[in-house]
Design a protein around this ligand. Structure first.
Ligand code: ADP
Ligand code: MG
Length: 861
C-alpha cells in the first residue's frame, strides 16, 4: 500500500503553531558556543522520539518512566542559552506531553513530529548553516567546470559526509530539512538508511488497454477525477474512487477505508486532494474484473508527478521506491532528497573487509545503499538487500560473540566429582521411577561436559512443557554437589519456586543433600537461618525467586545456578548475577521455546540445548476451538471429566499490566462458576494478588482433589503440576500468544488420561481464529513458536518486557534465517581471531556507533 493509506484526520494541533516557527527563535549573541549544551540536552530527546516512533507510539515504558513522563520532565529542563520564545514553546510542549497518554495514535504521531521539528529548528537557530555566498561573490568563483559534474556539496562547500546535517546539503532546502527532521531524519546517514518500504514494479508496466484480470500489473496514468465518499450502504466504510486514463484507455481504481473516523468530510476531502486531476500516478496490484472492465481494488499507488508536470522517463522501466511518508512531505520530495544524496555514497567507506565481502558475494556498502533506493531490477534489489541484511545480523552477532568471548574469559570452578565422591547422579537414577529419555541423556551429557571446564557454562535449555527439564536440572545441580559446591535454582514466581521445592524436597533427602526455600515471604527468622547455612556451606541447594539475587545472599561455594523459565528472566538479571562477583556455571531453562532465529538473536551468547522428545506414555492433548457463545459446551466437558474423577482449569487472559482488572475478572468468573454453573462442585481461585499461603492453599486443595475446578489467571502458566487435571478452558484465547497458549495447555495432559483444551474466542475475527487453529493442528512447541513469530513478530513473542531485541530495519527473523546463520558463523570466526576487532576498524566503529545508539536508548528503555 502506498499513498492514500488511511492517514488519520489531522485535528487541531495541541500545540500552537508558533512553537514551530523558526522566526520566533533568534540566535543569541552567545559568548560561548551554546550548541554543545543544546545537543547534550536534545540528543536523548531525539533518541526517545525515535524509539517511540519505532515502537509504534505506544508511550514506551522505560526502565524508570514512560516516554511521555520522560519528555514532560526533560522539556522543562532546557539548556541555559535557549531563547525565551523557545522556552515558552517548550513549556506548552511539556504540558502537551503530560497528556500524551490520553491522546489517540494520530495525535501522538503529530506531537512527536512537532517536537522533532522544533528541536531541529532550534538547533538551526542556534547555529544556522553557513549562508550561501552572496551572488556578487559567486561571480568570482572558479567556473563550474572545476567541479566534477554530478558531485554534490554542502551549502558551505564541504563534501557531504554521512554525518552532515541534512539542512546543510545543497539541494535539500530548509523546509524539506525541517520536515525530514519530523521523521527523525537529521543527518545524511539517517536519510540514506531510511529504506523504502515497498517498490512499484515497472517491469510489469502495461497500457490500460492491455490489462488482463487475474494478473498483477502496473499502469501509469493521469487522474481525470477523484471522488471520496462514505459508502451509502455501510456507515463505517468510505471509498476513494479514482478515474485514470492513458492514451490507450480508461480505468477505475478504488480504495476502501474501514472505520468511522475515515468517514468525516475533512478526511474524505484530504484523500481526494492527494490525487488531484492532472496528476500522474502509478498503480500496481492485482487486476480484477468489474462491471466497468478491468479494475484495481486497494492497489499500491503512488503519485509520480504533480498535476501538469511531464512524466519523468527515468521513472519508467525500473523499480520505484515507495517510502513511509509524513504529512507535508510528498513522495516526490522525499525521493528527490534521497536522489540528491546518492552521489555522495561514492566516498563512503565499507566496514566489511574486502576479502570477506568477495568470499560471500556481497555488494559493497555504497552500491548496496544506492541500489536499495534506486534498484534497476529485482535482482539488483535482492543483492542490495542481502548485503544490508547481512550487515544488520553481523553487527548483532559480533556483539553477542564478544559478550560470549568475555564470558568465557572468566575463570570458573571446574565441577569435577570429588575423588571417592558420592555419585549422586547415579543414585538419583536409581531412585527415579523412570529412566531418562534419550533427549534428557543427551542434554545432561552436554551440561556435564560444560561443567567440567574451567570456563563458566552459559547454556539455554529449551524443551516443551512436560519434556522433563526439571529432573535434568536436578541432575545438573547434583553434579555441583558431587564436586563439593553449592547450587541454586531460581524461578520467576513464588508458586513455581514452591513447586520446585516440593518436588526436590521429595528426592533430595533420600540422597542426603540439604535444600532450602527462600522467597519474598520467607519469615525473617527462617531467612536468617538459611542465609547463615548458605555462608557456612551447610545448605547445599537453595531454591527461590529473584530474591536470591538480593545482596545479603552469599554462598560459601556456589558452583551452578539454574534459572527456570528464562523468558521471564531478563538479560539484566543475568548480568546482575555476574556482577555480584559470582562466576558460577549458568543453566537457564525455558518451556516457551523460541524459534532458533530469535534465540540466536537474543540469547546468541548462550549455547542452546534442546529436549525434543516427550517422556513415553503421554496422550496428546486434544484442542478445540469454540466461540464464546458456545461456552456451555466447554462447561459440559468440564462436568464429564470431573464425573470421571478428573479436574479442570479455567484460565483467564490476564495481562500483567492491568493487575486490577485481572483481579476483578478472575474474582467475578470464580463467583459465577462457583455459584451458578458448578454450584455442586468446589471451585478454587488462584491469582497473582493472593498471599503466598493463599496461593499454596488453592493449589494444594486442587491437587488433593478438594476442589475440582480451579479458576486461575496465568499464574498457573508456569510449572503448576497436577496430573489429575485433564481439561483446560481458556477464556479470550485470542488475547494470548500461541506460544503462551501452548505453554498453558501443557498444564494438562501430565497424567495418562486423555486430556482436553478448549479455546474460547471472541468469534468475529477470522484472522484471530485462523491463528488459534494452529494450536488445534499442532502440538509441537517449536512449530508453534515459528508461527507466532511469523504472525505476531518478535516483540510479541518475547513479551514487551524483554529488552535486548535487536534493531533490525530490513532483516526479518522469519525470512532471512540463512543470512543470520551466515552472519553468526562469520562473527564467531572474526571474534575468535580478533576479539577486540583491532584488525577490523570499520566493524569496530560500526559496533561502537550501534552501542552508543543502544546506550542512549537504554536511558529511556
Ligand atoms: P518440564 O519442567 O520440562 O515442563 P517436568 O520436569 O516438570 O517437565 O516433567 C514433567 C513430568 O514428567 C514430571 O512429573 C516428571 O516427573 C515426569 N518425567 C520427567 N522425565 C521423565 C521420563 N524420562 N520418563 C517419564 N516421566 C518423566
Ligand atoms: Mg518445569
Amino acid at each position: 500500500m502506498a499513498a492514500g493509506h488511511p492517514h488519520e484526520a489531522a485535528g487541531p494541533s495541541p500545540i500552537a503553531e508558533s512553537a514551530l516557527n523558526p522566526q520566533s527563535v533568534k540566535p543569541l549573541p552567545a559568548a560561548t558556543d551554546p550548541l554543545p549544551a543544546y545537543e547534550a540536552w536534545s540528543t536523548p530527546i531525539q533518541q526517545a522520539c525515535r524509539l517511540e516512533a519505532e515502537r509504534g507510539f505506544g508511550d514506551l515504558l522505560g526502565r524508570q518512566e514512560t516516554f511521555s513522563s520522560f519528555l514532560a520532565r526533560t522539556l522543562q529542563q532546557p539548556p541555559p542559552d535557549l531563547p525565551p520564545a523557545a522556552i515558552a514553546n517548550l513549556t506548552s510542549l511539556a504540558v502537551a506531553y503530560a497528556g500524551y497518554g490520553e491522546l489517540c495514535l494520530s495525535r501522538r504521531q503529530q506531537l512527536v513530529r512537532q517536537l522533532r521539528q522544533a528541536l531541529h529548528q532550534w538547533r538551526v537557530a542556534l547555529r544556522p548553516p553557513l549562508a550561501v555566498a552572496p551572488p556578487r561573490l559567486r561571480l568570482l568563483e572558479p567556473p563550474p567546470a572545476a567541479v566534477p559534474s554530478g558531485s554534490i556539496g554542502s551549502v558551505a562547500g564541504a563534501p557531504v559526509l554521512p554525518s552532515t546535517p541534512l539542512g546543510e546539503v545543497r539541494g535539500i532546502g530548509p523546509r524539506t530539512a525541517t520536515r525530514l527532521a519530523g521523521l527523525g531524519l537529521l543527518l545524511v546517514a539517517d536519510l540514506l538508511r531510511h529504506y523504502p518500504r515497498d517498490y512499484l514494479d515497472y517491469a510489469n508496466l502495461v497500457p490500460i488497454a492491455a490489462l488482463e484480470p487475474g494478473r498483477t500489473a502496473t499502469v501509469v496514468g493521469t487522474v481525470r477525477r477523484s471522488h471520496a465518499f462514505a459508502s451509502p450502504r455501510n456507515p463505517n466504510l468510505s471509498i476513494l474512487e479514482i478515474h485514470l486514463h492513458d492514451v490507450t484507455g480508461r480505468l477505475r481504481v478504488s480504495r476502501f477505508f474501514a472505520g468511522r473516523r475515515f468517514t468525516t468530510p475533512a478526511w474524505l476531502k484530504s484523500q481526494q486532494r492527494l490525487f488531484p486531476p492532472g496528476a500522474t500516478v502509478a498503480v500496481s496490484g492485482l487486476v480484477k474484473e468489474s462491471p466497468y472492465g478491468p479494475a484495481f481494488s486497494d492497489p499500491l499507488m503512488e503519485v509520480l508527478e504533480s498535476a501538469g508536470a511531464p512524466v519523468r522517463s527515468e521513472a519508467i522501466g525500473r523499480l520505484l521506491p515507495v517510502y513511509g511518508l509524513t504529512e507535508g512531505l510528498t513522495a516526490d520530495t522525499l525521493r528527490k532528497a534521497i536522489q540528491t544524496l546518492l552521489p555522495s555514497l561514492e566516498d563512503w567507506s565499507d566496514p566489511l573487509p574486502e576479502l570477506l565481502r568477495q568470499r560471500l558475494g556481497l555488494l559493497p556498502l555504497n552500491k548496496a545503499l544506492q541500489a536499495i533506493h534506486q534498484p534497476t531490477d529485482q535482482a539488483a534489489l535482492q543483492a542490495s538487500r542481502r548485503r544490508l541484511v547481512f550487515d544488520e545480523f553481523l553487527l548483532l552477532q559480533l556483539s553477542l560473540a564478544q559478550r560470549r568471548h568475555q564470558l568465557r574469559q572468566r575463570p570458573a570452578l571446574p565441577l569435577d566429582p570429588l575423588p571417592g565422591g558420592l555419585e549422586l547422579v547415579s543414585q538419583l537414577r536409581s531412585i527415579l521411577p523412570f529412566p531418562f529419555t534419550g533427549a534428557q541423556e543427551r542434554v545432561l551429557a552436554e551440561i556435564r561436559h560444560d561443567l567440567r571446564r574451567p570456563q563458566p557454562m552459559a547454556r539455554l535449555l529449551q524443551g516443551d512443557v512436560g519434556s522433563g527439564k526439571t529432573v535434568v536440572a536436578l541432575a545438573a545441580l547434583l553434579c555441583a554437589i558431587e564436586a563439593g559446591c553449592q547450587g541454586a535454582l531460581m524461578a520467576p514466581t513464588e508458586v513455581l519456586a514452591e513447586q520446585h521445592f516440593a518436588k526436590l524436597a521429595h528426592w533430595l533427602p533420600q540422597l542426603h543433600v540439604s535444600c532450602g526455600l527462600l522467597t519474598g515471604s520467607t519469615p525473617a527468622k527462617r531467612r536468617r537461618e538459611l542465609l547463615q547455612d548458605l555462608v557456612n556451606g551447610q545448605l547445599q541447594i537453595l531454591i527461590g525467586t529473584h530474591a536470591l539475587l538480593e545482596d545479603p545472599v552469599q554462598f560459601a561455594r556456589l558452583g551452578l545456578v539454574v534459572v527456570d523459565e528464562q523468558h521471564r528472566f531478563g538479560v539484566r538479571q543475568r548480568n546482575r548475577l555476574l556482577a555480584k562477583g559470582l562466576q558460577p556455571h549458568l543453566l537457564t531453562m525455558t518451556a516457551t521455546p523460541i524459534p532458533r532465529t530469535l534465540a540466536l538473536s537474543v540469547h546468541g551468547d548462550l549455547d542452546v540445548s534442546q529436549i525434543d522428545e516427550l517422556p513415553p506414555g503421554r496422550t496428546p492433548i486434544r484442542t478445540r476451538l469454540l466461540r464464546a457463545g458456545e461456552r456451555d459446551q466447554a462447561w459440559e466437558m468440564v462436568r464429564e471429566q470431573v464425573a470421571l474423577g478428573q479436574r479442570a482449569y479455567v484460565v483467564l487472559p490476564l495481562v500483567e499490566e492491568s493487575e486490577k482488572l485481572d483481579l476483578r475478572s478472575a474474582v467475578e468468573v470464580h463467583r459465577h462458576l462457583a455459584e451458578e454453573v458448578f454450584a455442586d462442585l468446589t471451585v478454587g481461585l488462584l491469582h497473582g494478588r493472593l498471599s503466598s499461603e493463599a496461593k499454596q492453599a488453592a493449589i494444594g486443595a486442587f491437587s488433593r482433589g478438594e476442589s475440582q475446578v480451579l479458576v486461575s489467571t496465568t499464574v498457573v502458566e508456569v510449572g503448576v503440576d497436577v496430573p489429575e487435571a485433564s481439561v483446560m478452558v481458556i477464556e479470550h484465547a485470542e488475547r494470548f500468544g500461541l506460544a503462551q497458549l501452548h505453554q498453558l495447555r501443557g498444564r494438562v495432559g501430565r497424567g495418562a488420561a486423555a486430556s482436553h483444551c478448549v479455546l474460547l474466542h471472541g468469534g468475529n475475527n477470522a484472522q484471530a481464529r485462523q491463528r488459534l487453529e494452529v494450536l488445534v493442528r499442532s502440538t509441537d512447541g517449536f512449530e508453534i513458536a515459528e508461527m507466532d513469530l511469523r504472525l505476531r513478530g518478535p516483540g510479541q513473542v518475547l513479551g514487551t518486557k524483554q529488552s535486548g531485541l535487536p534493531d533490525l530495519a530490513l532483516a526479518s527473523l522469519t525470512d532471512d534465517a540463512d543470512l543470520l546463520e551466515l552472519a553468526r558463523q562469520e562473527a564467531q570466526a572474526i571474534v575468535q581471531q580478533d576479539p577486540g576487532l583491532d584488525a577490523h576498524p570499520g566493524l569496530r566503529q560500526a559496533l561502537l556507533d550501534q552501542r552508543q545508539r543502544q546506550l542512549e536508548a537504554a536511558r529511556l528503555n
